[in-house]
Design a protein around this ligand. Structure first.
Ligand SMILES: [Zn+2]
Length: 314
Protein backbone atom coordinates (compact mmCIF):
# COMPACT_ATOMS: atom_id res chain seq x y z
CA UNK A 1 0.00 0.00 0.00
CA UNK A 2 2.82 2.43 0.83
CA UNK A 3 4.13 1.96 -2.64
CA UNK A 4 0.91 3.42 -4.00
CA UNK A 5 0.87 6.26 -1.54
CA UNK A 6 4.37 7.20 -2.54
CA UNK A 7 3.34 7.29 -6.16
CA UNK A 8 1.17 10.30 -5.70
CA UNK A 9 -2.17 9.78 -4.01
CA UNK A 10 -3.85 13.04 -3.19
CA UNK A 11 -5.97 14.28 -0.33
CA UNK A 12 -9.05 12.25 -1.28
CA UNK A 13 -7.00 9.09 -1.00
CA UNK A 14 -6.09 9.98 2.59
CA UNK A 15 -9.67 10.97 3.23
CA UNK A 16 -10.80 7.59 1.92
CA UNK A 17 -8.50 5.88 4.41
CA UNK A 18 -10.14 7.94 7.12
CA UNK A 19 -13.61 6.89 5.96
CA UNK A 20 -12.44 3.32 5.63
CA UNK A 21 -11.04 3.34 9.14
CA UNK A 22 -14.41 4.40 10.50
CA UNK A 23 -16.31 1.51 8.94
CA UNK A 24 -15.85 -1.46 11.26
CA UNK A 25 -16.86 -4.40 9.10
CA UNK A 26 -14.69 -3.95 6.04
CA UNK A 27 -11.83 -6.40 6.09
CA UNK A 28 -11.39 -7.03 2.42
CA UNK A 29 -8.30 -5.61 0.73
CA UNK A 30 -10.66 -4.16 -1.85
CA UNK A 31 -12.79 -2.30 0.66
CA UNK A 32 -10.79 0.90 0.36
CA UNK A 33 -11.61 0.99 -3.30
CA UNK A 34 -15.33 0.43 -2.66
CA UNK A 35 -15.35 3.14 -0.07
CA UNK A 36 -13.64 5.77 -2.07
CA UNK A 37 -15.72 5.07 -5.14
CA UNK A 38 -19.04 5.26 -3.39
CA UNK A 39 -18.35 8.15 -1.07
CA UNK A 40 -15.90 10.22 -3.05
CA UNK A 41 -16.81 10.03 -6.72
CA UNK A 42 -14.10 12.10 -8.37
CA UNK A 43 -13.94 10.22 -11.66
CA UNK A 44 -15.61 11.59 -14.79
CA UNK A 45 -17.46 9.38 -17.27
CA UNK A 46 -15.28 6.31 -17.81
CA UNK A 47 -13.54 6.69 -21.13
CA UNK A 48 -11.29 4.24 -22.88
CA UNK A 49 -8.33 4.42 -20.46
CA UNK A 50 -10.59 3.91 -17.45
CA UNK A 51 -12.44 1.02 -19.11
CA UNK A 52 -9.15 -0.63 -20.08
CA UNK A 53 -7.97 -0.19 -16.49
CA UNK A 54 -11.25 -1.68 -15.22
CA UNK A 55 -11.02 -4.64 -17.61
CA UNK A 56 -7.48 -5.37 -16.46
CA UNK A 57 -8.49 -5.27 -12.81
CA UNK A 58 -11.40 -7.58 -13.60
CA UNK A 59 -9.15 -9.97 -15.52
CA UNK A 60 -6.64 -10.18 -12.68
CA UNK A 61 -9.43 -10.80 -10.16
CA UNK A 62 -11.75 -13.24 -11.93
CA UNK A 63 -9.93 -15.10 -14.72
CA UNK A 64 -10.30 -18.85 -14.16
CA UNK A 65 -12.98 -18.44 -11.50
CA UNK A 66 -16.28 -20.31 -11.70
CA UNK A 67 -19.44 -18.29 -11.20
CA UNK A 68 -21.54 -19.40 -8.23
CA UNK A 69 -24.33 -16.81 -8.38
CA UNK A 70 -25.45 -13.77 -10.37
CA UNK A 71 -27.79 -11.24 -8.75
CA UNK A 72 -29.32 -7.92 -9.78
CA UNK A 73 -30.39 -5.05 -7.53
CA UNK A 74 -32.03 -2.56 -9.89
CA UNK A 75 -34.99 -2.83 -12.30
CA UNK A 76 -32.80 -1.80 -15.22
CA UNK A 77 -30.21 -4.45 -14.40
CA UNK A 78 -33.00 -7.05 -14.02
CA UNK A 79 -34.38 -6.15 -17.43
CA UNK A 80 -31.03 -6.60 -19.16
CA UNK A 81 -30.15 -9.74 -17.21
CA UNK A 82 -33.39 -11.71 -16.69
CA UNK A 83 -33.61 -14.76 -14.36
CA UNK A 84 -32.96 -17.34 -17.09
CA UNK A 85 -29.75 -15.55 -18.09
CA UNK A 86 -28.56 -15.22 -14.50
CA UNK A 87 -29.16 -18.94 -14.05
CA UNK A 88 -27.21 -19.72 -17.22
CA UNK A 89 -24.15 -18.01 -15.72
CA UNK A 90 -23.99 -20.30 -12.70
CA UNK A 91 -21.31 -22.98 -12.97
CA UNK A 92 -19.56 -21.32 -15.90
CA UNK A 93 -15.85 -20.61 -15.76
CA UNK A 94 -14.46 -17.25 -16.90
CA UNK A 95 -12.04 -18.14 -19.67
CA UNK A 96 -11.18 -14.66 -20.97
CA UNK A 97 -11.78 -10.99 -20.16
CA UNK A 98 -11.55 -8.76 -23.22
CA UNK A 99 -12.11 -5.10 -24.03
CA UNK A 100 -13.18 -3.70 -27.41
CA UNK A 101 -13.86 0.05 -27.59
CA UNK A 102 -15.56 0.70 -24.24
CA UNK A 103 -17.20 -2.74 -24.13
CA UNK A 104 -15.96 -5.34 -21.65
CA UNK A 105 -16.54 -8.97 -22.55
CA UNK A 106 -16.36 -11.90 -20.16
CA UNK A 107 -15.96 -15.02 -22.25
CA UNK A 108 -17.27 -18.11 -20.47
CA UNK A 109 -16.22 -21.71 -20.93
CA UNK A 110 -19.40 -22.66 -22.83
CA UNK A 111 -18.70 -19.90 -25.42
CA UNK A 112 -21.41 -17.69 -23.96
CA UNK A 113 -20.48 -14.04 -23.37
CA UNK A 114 -21.28 -11.50 -20.69
CA UNK A 115 -21.24 -8.03 -22.27
CA UNK A 116 -20.68 -5.01 -20.01
CA UNK A 117 -21.05 -1.28 -20.72
CA UNK A 118 -20.20 1.12 -17.90
CA UNK A 119 -21.96 4.05 -19.60
CA UNK A 120 -21.92 7.13 -17.32
CA UNK A 121 -20.95 6.02 -13.82
CA UNK A 122 -20.29 2.27 -13.89
CA UNK A 123 -17.26 0.70 -12.22
CA UNK A 124 -16.20 -2.58 -10.66
CA UNK A 125 -15.97 -3.10 -6.94
CA UNK A 126 -14.17 -6.18 -5.68
CA UNK A 127 -14.74 -7.86 -2.33
CA UNK A 128 -15.17 -11.27 -0.79
CA UNK A 129 -18.41 -13.21 -0.72
CA UNK A 130 -20.25 -12.22 2.46
CA UNK A 131 -18.78 -8.73 2.74
CA UNK A 132 -21.02 -5.72 3.18
CA UNK A 133 -22.58 -4.69 -0.14
CA UNK A 134 -21.17 -1.52 -1.70
CA UNK A 135 -23.43 1.46 -2.27
CA UNK A 136 -25.09 1.58 -5.71
CA UNK A 137 -24.49 -2.13 -6.32
CA UNK A 138 -26.54 -3.08 -9.42
CA UNK A 139 -25.16 -6.45 -10.49
CA UNK A 140 -23.25 -8.95 -8.36
CA UNK A 141 -21.21 -11.94 -9.48
CA UNK A 142 -20.08 -14.37 -6.79
CA UNK A 143 -17.49 -17.00 -7.60
CA UNK A 144 -16.90 -20.42 -6.05
CA UNK A 145 -13.43 -19.19 -5.17
CA UNK A 146 -14.98 -16.61 -2.83
CA UNK A 147 -14.64 -13.48 -4.94
CA UNK A 148 -17.49 -11.02 -5.25
CA UNK A 149 -17.47 -8.61 -8.18
CA UNK A 150 -20.08 -5.85 -8.03
CA UNK A 151 -21.03 -3.47 -10.79
CA UNK A 152 -21.54 -0.22 -8.88
CA UNK A 153 -23.31 2.53 -10.77
CA UNK A 154 -24.95 5.53 -9.15
CA UNK A 155 -26.82 6.57 -12.29
CA UNK A 156 -27.88 3.01 -13.17
CA UNK A 157 -27.30 3.39 -16.92
CA UNK A 158 -24.73 0.60 -17.09
CA UNK A 159 -25.71 -2.49 -19.05
CA UNK A 160 -24.79 -6.12 -18.37
CA UNK A 161 -26.15 -8.65 -20.88
CA UNK A 162 -25.65 -12.36 -21.36
CA UNK A 163 -25.41 -13.85 -24.84
CA UNK A 164 -26.01 -17.55 -25.43
CA UNK A 165 -23.09 -19.55 -26.90
CA UNK A 166 -22.21 -18.38 -30.37
CA UNK A 167 -24.74 -15.53 -30.52
CA UNK A 168 -22.67 -12.49 -29.56
CA UNK A 169 -21.82 -10.14 -32.42
CA UNK A 170 -19.67 -7.07 -31.85
CA UNK A 171 -21.01 -3.79 -33.23
CA UNK A 172 -19.23 -2.33 -36.26
CA UNK A 173 -16.12 -0.79 -34.73
CA UNK A 174 -13.14 1.00 -36.19
CA UNK A 175 -9.57 0.21 -35.14
CA UNK A 176 -8.45 0.45 -31.53
CA UNK A 177 -6.71 3.83 -31.23
CA UNK A 178 -3.63 2.36 -29.54
CA UNK A 179 -3.50 -0.68 -31.81
CA UNK A 180 -1.29 -1.25 -34.85
CA UNK A 181 -4.28 -0.93 -37.22
CA UNK A 182 -4.83 2.73 -36.38
CA UNK A 183 -2.63 4.07 -39.16
CA UNK A 184 -2.75 7.44 -40.89
CA UNK A 185 -4.04 5.68 -44.02
CA UNK A 186 -6.83 4.00 -42.07
CA UNK A 187 -7.82 7.33 -40.55
CA UNK A 188 -7.77 8.99 -43.98
CA UNK A 189 -10.06 6.29 -45.39
CA UNK A 190 -12.47 6.64 -42.47
CA UNK A 191 -12.68 10.44 -42.80
CA UNK A 192 -12.62 10.86 -46.58
CA UNK A 193 -16.38 10.78 -47.11
CA UNK A 194 -17.31 12.65 -43.93
CA UNK A 195 -18.10 16.34 -44.36
CA UNK A 196 -19.28 16.82 -40.76
CA UNK A 197 -16.97 18.62 -38.31
CA UNK A 198 -14.08 16.45 -37.16
CA UNK A 199 -14.94 16.49 -33.45
CA UNK A 200 -18.33 14.70 -33.65
CA UNK A 201 -16.93 12.42 -36.37
CA UNK A 202 -14.21 11.24 -33.97
CA UNK A 203 -16.97 10.13 -31.60
CA UNK A 204 -18.29 7.74 -34.25
CA UNK A 205 -17.07 4.32 -33.10
CA UNK A 206 -16.73 3.17 -36.71
CA UNK A 207 -13.98 5.76 -37.27
CA UNK A 208 -11.92 4.85 -34.21
CA UNK A 209 -13.13 2.62 -31.41
CA UNK A 210 -13.57 3.97 -27.91
CA UNK A 211 -12.64 7.65 -28.29
CA UNK A 212 -15.12 9.64 -26.19
CA UNK A 213 -15.96 13.29 -25.76
CA UNK A 214 -13.07 14.22 -23.48
CA UNK A 215 -10.29 12.61 -25.52
CA UNK A 216 -11.66 13.93 -28.81
CA UNK A 217 -11.26 17.50 -27.50
CA UNK A 218 -7.86 16.73 -26.03
CA UNK A 219 -6.60 15.08 -29.22
CA UNK A 220 -7.68 18.00 -31.41
CA UNK A 221 -5.89 20.44 -29.13
CA UNK A 222 -2.72 18.33 -29.30
CA UNK A 223 -3.06 18.19 -33.09
CA UNK A 224 -3.72 21.97 -33.33
CA UNK A 225 -6.82 21.24 -35.39
CA UNK A 226 -10.10 23.13 -34.97
CA UNK A 227 -12.98 20.88 -33.87
CA UNK A 228 -15.04 22.52 -36.62
CA UNK A 229 -12.77 21.48 -39.49
CA UNK A 230 -14.74 19.30 -41.92
CA UNK A 231 -13.41 15.77 -41.45
CA UNK A 232 -12.89 15.25 -45.17
CA UNK A 233 -10.77 18.41 -45.38
CA UNK A 234 -8.08 16.52 -43.46
CA UNK A 235 -7.78 13.84 -46.11
CA UNK A 236 -6.46 15.77 -49.10
CA UNK A 237 -3.03 15.20 -50.66
CA UNK A 238 -1.45 18.10 -48.73
CA UNK A 239 -3.03 17.19 -45.42
CA UNK A 240 -0.85 14.25 -44.43
CA UNK A 241 1.03 16.25 -41.80
CA UNK A 242 -2.18 17.42 -40.13
CA UNK A 243 -3.72 13.97 -40.33
CA UNK A 244 -0.59 12.47 -38.77
CA UNK A 245 -0.78 15.05 -35.98
CA UNK A 246 -4.39 14.02 -35.40
CA UNK A 247 -3.56 10.33 -35.22
CA UNK A 248 -0.63 11.08 -32.89
CA UNK A 249 -2.79 13.45 -30.83
CA UNK A 250 -5.43 10.79 -30.22
CA UNK A 251 -2.76 8.35 -29.13
CA UNK A 252 -0.93 10.84 -26.94
CA UNK A 253 -4.14 11.93 -25.21
CA UNK A 254 -4.93 8.30 -24.35
CA UNK A 255 -1.38 7.30 -23.46
CA UNK A 256 -0.90 10.14 -21.01
CA UNK A 257 -4.17 9.54 -19.12
CA UNK A 258 -3.58 8.54 -15.49
CA UNK A 259 -5.42 5.23 -15.93
CA UNK A 260 -3.17 4.36 -18.89
CA UNK A 261 -0.05 5.22 -16.93
CA UNK A 262 -1.26 3.04 -14.09
CA UNK A 263 -1.91 -0.05 -16.10
CA UNK A 264 1.25 0.42 -18.13
CA UNK A 265 3.19 0.52 -14.89
CA UNK A 266 1.69 -2.85 -13.96
CA UNK A 267 -0.59 -1.56 -11.20
CA UNK A 268 -3.90 -3.13 -12.09
CA UNK A 269 -4.45 -5.56 -9.26
CA UNK A 270 -7.58 -4.01 -7.80
CA UNK A 271 -5.84 -1.04 -6.24
CA UNK A 272 -7.37 2.35 -6.89
CA UNK A 273 -5.68 5.12 -8.81
CA UNK A 274 -6.78 8.65 -8.25
CA UNK A 275 -4.13 10.83 -9.73
CA UNK A 276 -5.98 13.98 -10.79
CA UNK A 277 -6.24 14.43 -14.53
CA UNK A 278 -4.83 17.66 -15.83
CA UNK A 279 -6.89 18.21 -18.96
CA UNK A 280 -5.35 20.32 -21.69
CA UNK A 281 -8.63 21.93 -22.82
CA UNK A 282 -11.47 19.79 -21.53
CA UNK A 283 -13.43 21.53 -18.76
CA UNK A 284 -11.11 24.57 -18.91
CA UNK A 285 -13.42 27.18 -20.40
CA UNK A 286 -12.06 30.68 -19.90
CA UNK A 287 -8.62 29.49 -18.82
CA UNK A 288 -5.43 30.25 -20.72
CA UNK A 289 -4.29 27.85 -23.43
CA UNK A 290 -1.03 26.25 -22.26
CA UNK A 291 0.43 26.68 -25.76
CA UNK A 292 -0.49 30.23 -26.79
CA UNK A 293 -2.14 31.86 -23.77
CA UNK A 294 -5.47 32.56 -25.49
CA UNK A 295 -8.67 31.76 -23.67
CA UNK A 296 -10.15 28.31 -24.05
CA UNK A 297 -13.71 28.39 -25.31
CA UNK A 298 -16.55 25.92 -24.86
CA UNK A 299 -19.36 25.34 -27.32
CA UNK A 300 -21.82 22.60 -28.16
CA UNK A 301 -21.36 20.34 -31.18
CA UNK A 302 -23.88 17.58 -31.91
CA UNK A 303 -25.21 17.95 -28.38
CA UNK A 304 -21.83 17.53 -26.66
CA UNK A 305 -19.51 20.07 -25.06
CA UNK A 306 -16.44 20.88 -27.09
CA UNK A 307 -13.47 22.74 -25.64
CA UNK A 308 -10.84 24.32 -27.84
CA UNK A 309 -8.39 27.16 -28.24
CA UNK A 310 -9.70 29.52 -30.90
CA UNK A 311 -6.25 30.78 -31.77
CA UNK A 312 -3.86 27.84 -32.11
CA UNK A 313 -6.34 25.23 -33.33
CA UNK A 314 -6.97 25.77 -37.02
ZN1 LIG B 1 -3.86 28.09 -27.98
Amino acid sequence: MWRFVNEGFGIDWWLSLFVFARLPSRRSPYAVHLTRFTLLPIQAVPELPEVEFAARRLRVAILGHTLAAADVFHPSAARHLPPAHRKALVGRQVSQVERRAKIQLLHLDDASVLEVHFRITGDWAFAQVGDEAPRFERVRLDTREGLRVSLVDSRAFAVVRWHAPGTFVLPDLGPEPLGDDFTVDALRDALASRRAPIKPVLLDQRVVAGVGNIYASEALWLARISPETPASALTGPRQTARLTRLRDGIQEALRTAPATRYYNSGIHDGSPYDEPQDWRVYDREGQACARCGSRIVRYVQAGRSTYACGKCQR
